[in-house]
Design a protein around this ligand. Sequence first.
Ligand SMILES: *[C@@H]1O[C@H](CO)[C@@H](O)[C@H](O)[C@H]1NC(C)=O
Ligand SMILES: *[C@@H]1O[C@H](CO)[C@@H](O)[C@H](O)[C@H]1NC(C)=O
Ligand SMILES: *[C@@H]1O[C@H](CO)[C@@H](O)[C@H](O)[C@H]1NC(C)=O
Ligand SMILES: *[C@@H]1O[C@H](CO)[C@@H](O)[C@H](O)[C@H]1NC(C)=O
Ligand SMILES: *[C@@H]1O[C@H](CO)[C@@H](O)[C@H](O)[C@H]1NC(C)=O
Ligand SMILES: *[C@@H]1O[C@H](CO)[C@@H](O)[C@H](O)[C@H]1NC(C)=O
Ligand SMILES: *[C@@H]1O[C@H](CO)[C@@H](O)[C@H](O)[C@H]1NC(C)=O
Length: 644
Amino acid sequence: MATFQLLFPLLVSCVVASASPPRHLPPCQVVQTDVFCSDLSLRSAPLDLPDGVQMLDLSQNQVQNLTQETLAFHTSFRHLNLNSNKIHFIQPGLFRDMTDLRVLDLSRNHLNVFALSKTSIGPLTAVESLDLSSNGLYTGMSDYFLADSPSLASLSLNSNSITKIAKNTFNGSSLLQKISLHNNVILEIEDGAFDFLRNLTELDLSKNSINCIIDFNLYHLRMLNLSKNSMERFQSASHSHAYKLLYLDLSENKMLYFPYLPRHNVLEYLDVSRNCLQTVDISENPDKRIPVIVTHLKYLDMSYNHLQSIPESFFCFMGSLEVLNVSNNCIGSFSISNEGLLSNVRIINLSYNSLQSLTFGENTLQTLEKLFLQGNDLTTLDPGVFQRLPSIRYLQLQQNSVEICTSDPDQEEPESAGCVSFSSVPNLHFLYLSENNLHTLPANAFANTPLKLLDLSLNPGLVMDQEALSGLELSLVHLLLRENNISSLNTDLSLLKSLKHVDLSTNQLTSIPMWNEESSIESLNLQNNNLVTLESSTMLALERSLKTLYMGSNPLNCCSNLGFLHMVRRSAVVVPDIKTVTCVHEAFLEPVNIEQLEEGMCQVSGTPVYVIIILVLLAVLITLGLLVKFCHSKKRKRNRGFRA
Ligand SMILES: *[C@@H]1O[C@H](CO)[C@@H](O)[C@H](O)[C@H]1NC(C)=O
Ligand SMILES: *[C@@H]1O[C@H](CO)[C@@H](O)[C@H](O)[C@H]1NC(C)=O
Ligand SMILES: *[C@@H]1O[C@H](CO)[C@@H](O)[C@H](O)[C@H]1NC(C)=O
Ligand SMILES: *[C@@H]1O[C@H](CO)[C@@H](O)[C@H](O)[C@H]1NC(C)=O
Ligand SMILES: *[C@@H]1O[C@H](CO)[C@@H](O)[C@H](O)[C@H]1NC(C)=O
Ligand SMILES: *[C@@H]1O[C@H](CO)[C@@H](O)[C@H](O)[C@H]1NC(C)=O
Ligand SMILES: *[C@@H]1O[C@H](CO)[C@@H](O)[C@H](O)[C@H]1NC(C)=O
């Protein structure tokens, strides 16, 4: 009897071995009790699996029938990965005795074929995590897999074709904590389908076709993702029950009104971006204009909607808000004047609206660090608006039409109207002012503001005062002056001791700014200017610190820039646009790429010719001199002769 028991598996092994093509398969990798057999064209697990194997990765193989044989009669698995096979049949009851099996991945198979046979796979005794994604399953088919899954905590049914969640869909898996139904075509959820799942905390219904939720009553849920549906309404069932919801993602829907949230909520994250909000009211009915109470909310995204205004009162019960994104709307005016509002906000994104007015009252927004205002219509601002923001570090104001106030460093408050002052903003490090149609940059424009980055690009015709950057000597690291039509810089950049990155591309510069040995410039962009000659002492001074140099599209003269060419060849400076760095050489009709330039090419037509000419001239002069002397002495001799 004992012999028979030993023989039996061997016999089966032989049968299985002869059934599959006699091909030598590359071996699986075995690491202790884990076996990795991914992508080996296998139809079943290898027969020599070690005893007590706990993890088997059979993903990306050719398994069709999942039976005891295919798993080589092992039942000790804790983790089975069968993703991306061709499984269309599972032996009923296969997992009953796998009392250690916790993780089962059956994604990317053909389990819809199995479901058509209307057979159940039997109990998933201990399985806690089951992945059935991408199996072509449609409504009702999940029943054959879930009917008896008492330990199931996490289930993925992503990327199937389910249209309806029935009342009893999850009846056999009442301990579920997390369900993912992303990318199906769910149109309907029957009343009570999730109600009895007491432990459910995460529900992902993103990318479906749900168009409204009117009785949201999953009090225990922490995460609800409804992104990419056709939601027009979201309404909580009870205004008085306490909800545990922390994350609600309603982005990319068709919401016309702000979601109707329960009064007792602890919501921290709310995304309503890319919807059709025209107002922050919760319904069109004026009687229902109750305040939005989200005292725990930290993140609110309402970008890409059609909001024209946001009344200050909307923020009354948002004391915890840290990030507010209302960009890409049609907001014309934004104002926070009440001291208590948004007292924890760090980031406000108001970019791409039609802001003409922006008002922050005294002592408001004391924690604001980043303010994004690009792409608006700001022209006149309360001149001291930014001085009142003690924590502001990062300010994006590009694509507006602001003018910068002339500031008198001795005066505390700038007085002139119709401009914005950037002096004495105590923590401002990053300032973007490109595309503002700036005409002038007055002296001391940034005095007492510790800017590290200043972007003044795309303000063609900008006239910078000689002292415009004074005050930034020790702080400024990045300076961007791209596309400003500058023909000569009248500001001495060598005074900016911390400057490392300078962009002067697309201007009309005929000479490079002067730098001396003390410069610490690391990257310099001089692309697309009018440079003919590069001042060699400056180039030598730069060479010490320079790492990257952009030089393309300049009418350089080949032979007067030999110093530069040497620098490119022998130093560690990288010239990323070297393919477009050309120079003009009299011997060639077309500009020559500097990589093709050879040392010899300039010695013929350069200095030596000059020297030869001088030598010839000298020789002629000497000869002439000698001739004159000779004639003279002959004459004298003759004269003497006459006398004699
Ligand atoms: C899979 O199992 C079914 C039913 O047991 C059987 O009819 C079929 O021939 C098997 N297919 C393969 C490829 O083993
Ligand atoms: C689902 O479970 C509930 C109670 O847990 C029971 O009343 C109902 O009949 C079950 N439905 C099915 C189809 O098993
Ligand atoms: C499920 O929730 C119940 C209470 O509703 C709790 O006692 C139990 O520990 C939870 N189970 C798990 C696995 O979290
Ligand atoms: C919701 O689902 C979308 C689409 O799958 C995803 O991009 C987004 O990150 C999810 N939201 C949250 C809060 O996890
Ligand atoms: C909204 O702005 C915040 C902060 O600036 C950012 O993290 C988020 O990605 C933005 N939302 C969208 C939809 O881009
Ligand atoms: C501001 O929000 C927009 C979306 O409306 C986003 O694309 C942008 O990245 C955000 N800005 C920052 C700096 O986060
Ligand atoms: C750029 O400057 C030149 C003179 O240096 C001027 O003729 C031209 O109109 C300017 N272009 C722009 C766009 O300001």
